[in-house]
Design a protein. Structure first.
Length: 561
């Protein structure tokens, strides 16, 4: 997809808008997700060694003779690394779409996909409305944010992952809400928490493969749109009630930066995959995705969204700015909350994609938010921003248009729901936003209109009874994500009766690891991913719950198969 911005540019190019074309792909690359219970393809030297003759014939026909793990290897067991592979072909006529279709039909892999390039979107803009109308208006386009904030102002423990062009975590209106990896020591060149990433204090650059998720110049049609991710982040959860700049829907929730662009390089499915897996592993509650395209999925991205949802992460994506019903991905996938855009008058925004596959509509026209300031914009971009988007040339704020803006607004409200109702699963959060939305007769179907107040109303009281004060007990798990087992470590201050159990997201106890008296000091237990009867459990998010000395601590565990 492309995201929403840059009206004057379109005028200068003498167009009425830029349609979203199908995404291209990285040449010579194919992504596969293997079945967890089948022999891996990858050998020690990166060569492919298929056990099935039919698979071997297809790989040879397409010249696919080399592979590497899609994720970094350090700190992650080989079984997990080998689930996601990047296959290479050096043939100039290699067609990844045909190869993916044939391999998918054969059933040798759980999912296969070309390594698509994803795009942002550029659309007209006419920024002459009051600042942040989407927050303050009580008119037809209002979504009840002030009323929702009377019930909940978010929670620092609820993290929104922004998958985009980068997040300027040093921005004065974002710094207070920037997520920090609690297990990482900044700048020491070590992978302190053994998650496979070195110095990942604020997130990760999944495009360039480094620890700085802040934006870089990223040009579309000659204009720098690198600010896009930071603009989305401010809508989702800029620091609020701080006497500075703008208010974010998520108020006190945290923002995790996962940069996809790799500098001037486009978004790829490989980068998106790594970003989603990182967000899941590091405990994000919501993923905001203001990008996409009309590509054919072959089930690869669908499996990724399914895994994230099973792990308890709410997946939100922009429906696109095509002004037609063309399916856009990842928004049109199952287990993804697809977001259309409305204007201040409460009408469907003229650019918003539509169709029965769109779940919820939210403000997406003339949205005032934060822009990056960690680097200087080029002269042409500065001129366009000042003439068309209300930027004053110095303060890091301006307007933008698009479903790209509506998406993080909905993601911020999902975070509020998570804060008010922590007992809700990812599926239940999505269902609640749809069920509590206002039914509006738009000119084209774009789902219900977001109602933030209705979404959180009544949750805080019902959730209060479920909350147990968090203890000063530490619980670790290595590796995490894991397959087939993880080592759970903890330390207790005094000899006491200890209970350590594994629970799923419904609250059902899966396995009791400890139920007895232990001495003071450090202990560890191993969970092999099975229940009390020895039955292997499915992929997803589980909770390790430790009770000792009258205290309580929990740890999220991600089982990947």
């Amino acid at each position: 997809m492309r995201c929403a911005c840059l009206g004057l540019l379109v005028v200068l190019l003498a167009t009425q808008g830029v349609a979203v074309a199908g995404s291209a792909y990285q040449p010579g690359e194919l992504l596969v997700r293997q079945h967890a219970d089948r022999a891996p393809l990858l050998t020690a030297d990166g060569k492919l060694l298929p056990a099935d003759g039919g698979l071997a014939a297809i790989l040879e026909r397409y010249g696919l003779d080399r592979a590497e793990p899609l994720l970094p290897g350090d700190g992650r067991p080989a079984a997990v690394n080998l689930l996601f592979l990047r296959l290479y072909s050096e043939r100039p006529d290699f067609d990844p779409v045909r190869a993916a279709a044939e391999l998918t039909a054969g059933g040798w892999f759980r999912a296969v996909s070309p390594n698509y390039r994803h795009q942002l979107c550029i659309l007209p803009d006419d920024p002459d409305l009051a600042l942040q109308w989407h927050v303050v208006t009580s008119g037809a386009g209002g979504v009840g944010l002030p009323q929702a904030w009377e019930i909940t102002q978010g929670d620092p423990g609820v993290v929104i992952a922004i998958l985009d062009t980068g997040l300027d975590y040093s921005h004065p209106d974002l710094a207070a809400n920037a997520w920090q990896n609690p297990g990482e020591i900044a700048g020491n060149g070590l992978d302190d928490d053994a998650n496979g990433y070195v110095d990942d204090l604020h997130g990760w650059d999944c495009g360039a493969g480094d620890a700085d998720p802040r934006p870089e110049p990223y040009f579309e049609l000659g204009v720098d749109v690198g600010f896009h991710g930071t603009h989305c982040a401010g809508i989702a959860a800029a620091a609020t009630n701080n006497g500075l700049g703008v208010a974010g829907a998520g108020w006190g929730c945290r923002l995790m930066g996962l940069k996809l662009t790799g500098g001037a390089e486009p978004f790829t499915t490989a980068a998106v995959t790594e970003a989603v897996l990182y967000a899941v592993a590091e405990g994000a509650a919501v993923i905001s995705m203001s990008f996409g395209g009309t590509y054919q999925d072959f089930g690869f991205m669908q499996s990724l969204m399914d895994d994230a949802t099973a792990a308890g992460v709410v997946c939100v994506a922009a429906a696109g700015n095509n002004n037609d019903s063309t399916l856009m991905y990842p928004a049109a996938l199952n287990n993804v909350l697809a977001v259309g855009a409305i204007s201040e008058s409460g009408q469907r925004a003229s650019f918003s994609s539509y169709g029965s596959w769109v779940d919820v509509a939210a403000p997406g026209e003339h949205i005032w938010s934060t822009i990056s300031q960690n680097y200087q914009f080029d002269l042409l971009s500065r001129l366009l921003f000042m003439l068309s988007y209300g930027w004053n040339g110095s303060d890091p704020y301006m307007y933008c248009d698009g479903t790209s803006m509506a998406c993080p607004l909905v993601a911020g409200v999902c975070a509020l729901v998570r804060a008010a109702g922590p007992q809700l699963s990812a599926v239940q959060v999505v269902e609640r936003l749809v069920e509590t939305g206002d039914v509006v007769g738009f000119d084209q179907p774009i789902g219900v209109k977001l109602n933030a107040f209705a979404a959180v109303d009544g949750l805080s009281l019902s959730a209060a009874a479920d909350r147990t004060p968090q203890a000063r007990l530490g619980v670790s798990a290595q590796p995490n994500p894991f397959n087939p087992q993880t080592r759970i470590g903890f330390s207790i201050p005094a000899r006491s009766w200890v209970r350590l159990g594994i629970y799923d997201l419904t609250g059902r106890r899966v396995r009791q690891l400890v139920d007895g008296e232990l001495s003071a000091g450090a202990h560890h237990m191993v969970w092999d991913g099975a229940d009390e009867a020895g039955r292997s459990q499915p992929s997803g998010l589980y909770i390790a719950r430790l009770e000792a000395a009258g205290l309580l601590a929990t740890r999220k565990l991600t089982l990947v198969k």
